[in-house]
Ligand binder design. Structure first.
Ligand code: GCW
Length: 748
């Protein structure tokens, strides 16, 4: 029903916008107002239903375009009186549609699309090729300096009229400029004297989907896969286009469709046709499709006896496969590969190196300008080793050995997307390799789509971390954006949190993490606060009071979650398998380094993983000043204390309190924060639409229950070692340790 209204509404808008100019004239000449009246009535009805039926279910993400106040729209309307978007390509049509829906929605009445600049307030969008007006401005040199995806937005005078020009070298750049312009109005910025130039700092800005071909999503918490493989290629879900719009609006330009734990079927001709159909929908929005390639595909699909990367037949098979793919999808991005990790096949199976494997695939896609994104998430099943050091040991020696079209995709931390990890030591350790950070947007270790956690602060902390690889100021951001080592290719990936849930991400606030990923991929210098407040203005409310409260809540949220899950450098205390609730006692996984007890090493003396010279010594993988800081118990930042050190329960921290007391207070603080947040949210009732208000309130109550379980289960368990009482300000546990051990929170 909702879809139907949505579709009708879109149709009606299209009819109005396409015909508007003509209709105005017709009405004047022939007094034929019946169709116009009909369309207007239809639109009024649909707008009404639109706003009450579908408006706040979260589907529209941050592209809501609901009317601004009368005063604001009056000001904007002086600058936005008509839209001049010439050109018939799919991208120019997408720009026209977005600008028209966006401006008309925000300003509360249809803004005409016209062919020429015939009044003040024209908004002109395009490239020097698509628009003679833009060509006439002679901005070519400046546009060239902004690269193919960069854009300029400027107030200008054209034929004596005051106009706004949004221009780029490429149509996709003009699309990015269009979204930026809309965002200015969505966030109520001035558009009076515009002079904006932007270009993305990273080249490949990719969402990785861990989607399986059966429609399930590994670590997905928002429904099923958006790709309906059985209906493709014939049936194209309209949602694909909205997915592409959302991504383009934040500058994401790549999408890896399938799980890194890959099924080789995706590379069959049958599936490639389906992939090509998706790529066709994404193309106008500048989104390239990538696929996760299973390294043993030549055996499974090609009937070869081996997948040895140095075997000429294997290389030939991949070359032919790449040719086939590019025949169907000329702008295919390339392959993403998880090799010799967690049971996946790879070159090590044949005693070849990761570089051998990556370079063989790279040769297959190189003639088509494709890339290979090779994941560094590798670790071995060895006794008495430190998993945190495995990827460095395995890959760092190959610095400089990867082909020019290979990027090495490295998770932000050395273990696995924990609520907090120090930066991965490979950043700053491979100057001749194109490192591409991998974030996890989906909240595998952060309360799934039940907990409100804004991840920008986590990613900021990582990007700002100083590797000292070329002295002070060698931040991870500079390694990633190529400014430190001048590599040819740069990129960043985020494991998507999207699914078929109506609101895309399960939790309304989880949309902000998708948004934040794109914004940081475009500009890794943006502050968490700015990203949060932009997102709130576009998605939730313009009202200053709730906006301020929500921005603060979002910015604080990640630290609070660390407090109730894994404070002071603890990590991987998660219930085996699903990774949702706490299970610090867990010790039954087939591999030692999948067990929480391996990571916290609690005993009667203390708790924490000694990664200094007296222990695993993986601290030695960091550059000298970083290493020294982490290595010394007194200089190690407390947030990483138990990551690098096994610390006595009675050790005094900066606060003067013992480790035990401090740990307990962190857990309590996490719970207190969720309670306070619930209260603050309750105070917003009536200021936020009821649908989203209620849904978020429900999730916050789950979050509070979960935080209590985390606090109690962890403290009760660690207390069996510390044998110390809880500090007076920490609440008594709600249940016994045995009760917490008996059932995971997911099953309660
Ligand atoms: O975080 C772990 C997850 C796995 C995942 C793996 C990886 C896709 O628990 O589900 O597999 O990381 O990143 O490859």
């Amino acid at each position: 029903m909702r879809e139907r209204f949505f579709e009708l509404q879109r149709k009606a808008r299209r009819i109005l916008f396409c015909r508007r100019e003509r209709m105005e004239q017709m009405r004047l000449r022939r007094h034929n107002c019946k169709p116009a009246l009909f369309v207007k009535l239809l639109i009024a009805v649909l707008f009404f239903f639109g706003s009450t039926v579908r408006a706040e279910d979260g589907y529209r993400l941050w592209l809501r375009y609901d009317p601004l106040t009368q005063t604001e729209s009056q000001v904007y309307r002086q600058r936005v009186a008509s839209l001049v978007v010439t050109g018939d390509s799919a991208t120019m049509s997408a720009i026209r549609a977005e600008l028209s829906v966006g401006c008309s929605g925000l300003l509360g009445s249809a803004i005409p699309i016209v062919a020429r600049v015939d009044r003040d307030g024209a908004v002109i969008v395009g490239t020097p090729q698509s628009s003679t007006v833009i060509a006439g401005l002679k901005w070519d040199r400046q546009l060239a300096s902004l690269g193919p995806e960069g854009f300029r937005i400027a107030s200008a005078r054209v034929e004596g009229r005051a106009v706004i020009v949004i221009a780029s070298q490429s149509e996709v750049g003009a699309l990015y400029g269009t979204f930026h312009f809309l965002r200015l109005m969505q966030t109520q910025q001035s558009i009076s004297h515009l002079e904006v130039t932007q270009r993305p700092r990273l080249q490949l800005r990719v969402l990785d989907h861990w989607d399986n071909l059966d429609g399930t999503i590994e670590r997905g918490y928002a429904g099923r896969s958006l790709w309906n493989w059985s209906a493709l290629p014939e049936v194209l879900d309209p949602r694909l286009r909205d997915y592409a719009r959302a991504n383009a609006s934040i500058g994401i330009n790549g999408s890896t469709l399938n799980n890194v734990n890959a099924n080789s079927q995706i590379l069959t001709t049958e599936y490639l046709r389906k992939v090509a159909a998706i790529a066709g929908v994404f193309r106008p929005y500048g989104i390239h499709v990538y696929l996760s390639a299973r390294f043993s595909a030549p055996i499974e699909l090609g009937g070869l006896k081996t997948a040895d990367p140095l075997d000429p037949e294997v290389a030939e098979w991949w070359k032919k496969k790449a040719d086939e793919i590019y025949g169907l999808i000329p702008d295919f991005g390339g392959f993403l590969v998880k090799a010799n990790s967690e049971g996946q096949p790879g070159p090590r199976t044949y005693n070849r190196s990761h570089a051998d494997g990556a370079n063989m695939l790279a040769a297959a896609v190189a003639p088509h300008q494709g890339v290979v994104i090779w994941r560094a998430f590798v670790y071995d099943n060895k006794p008495d080793y430190d998993r945190a050091g495995a990827a460095y040991a395995e890959l760092q020696p190959f610095d400089g050995k990867f082909a020019p079209n290979v990027l090495l995709q490295v998770k932000n931390g050395p273990i696995d997307f924990q609520p907090r990890e120090p930066f991965h030591p490979l950043f700053g350790a491979m100057p001749k390799t194109q490192l591409m950070p991998e974030f996890q947007i989906t909240q595998e270790y952060l309360g799934f789509s039940n907990h409100l956690v804004f991840l920008a602060p986590m990613w900021r902390e990582f990007l700002d971390a100083d590797t000292y690889s070329k002295g002070r100021g060698s931040t991870v951001a500079k390694v990633a954006d190529g400014s430190l080592y001048h590599q040819r290719l740069t990129g960043i990936a985020g494991v998507a949190n999207t699914g078929t849930d109506r609101n895309w991400t399960g939790h309304h606030f989880a949309q902000a993490n998708w948004y934040a990923f794109g914004r940081l991929a475009w500009n890794p210098d943006l502050s968490s606060r700015q990203i949060a407040s932009e997102w709130i203005a576009m998605t939730i409310t313009h009202d200053p009071e709730p906006s301020d409260a929500l921005t603060r809540i979002m910015v604080e949220s990640r630290e609070a979650v660390i407090d109730y899950m894994t404070p002071l450098g603890l990590h991987h205390l998660f219930w085996g398998g699903h990774h949702y609730g706490p299970a610090p006692w867990w010790n039954s996984e087939p591999r030692a380094d999948w067990n929480p007890v391996y990571f916290h090493k609690a005993d009667a003396l203390g708790v924490g993983f000694d990664r200094t010279a007296t222990g695993g010594n993986t601290v030695a993988q960091y550059h000298a000043p970083v290493r020294a800081r982490f290595e010394n118990l007194n200089s190690c930042p407390e947030e990483f204390l138990l990551w690098f050190h096994h610390v006595r329960w009675d050790h005094r921290l900066k606060s003067g309190r013992t480790l035990w007391d401090e740990l307990a207070l962190h857990y309590q603080h996490g719970v207190d924060w969720v309670r306070a947040t619930r209260k603050e949210w309750a105070a917003l009732k009536g200021l936020i639409d009821s649908e989203r208000y209620e849904e978020v309130a429900r999730k916050l109550s789950i979050q509070e229950q979960d935080a209590i379980v985390w606090r109690d289960a962890c403290l009760l368990y660690f207390q069996t070692f510390s044998q110390r009482p809880l500090p007076p300000s920490v609440e008594k546990p709600a249940k016994s340790l045995d009760e917490y051990k008996a059932k995971s929170i997911l099953n309660q």
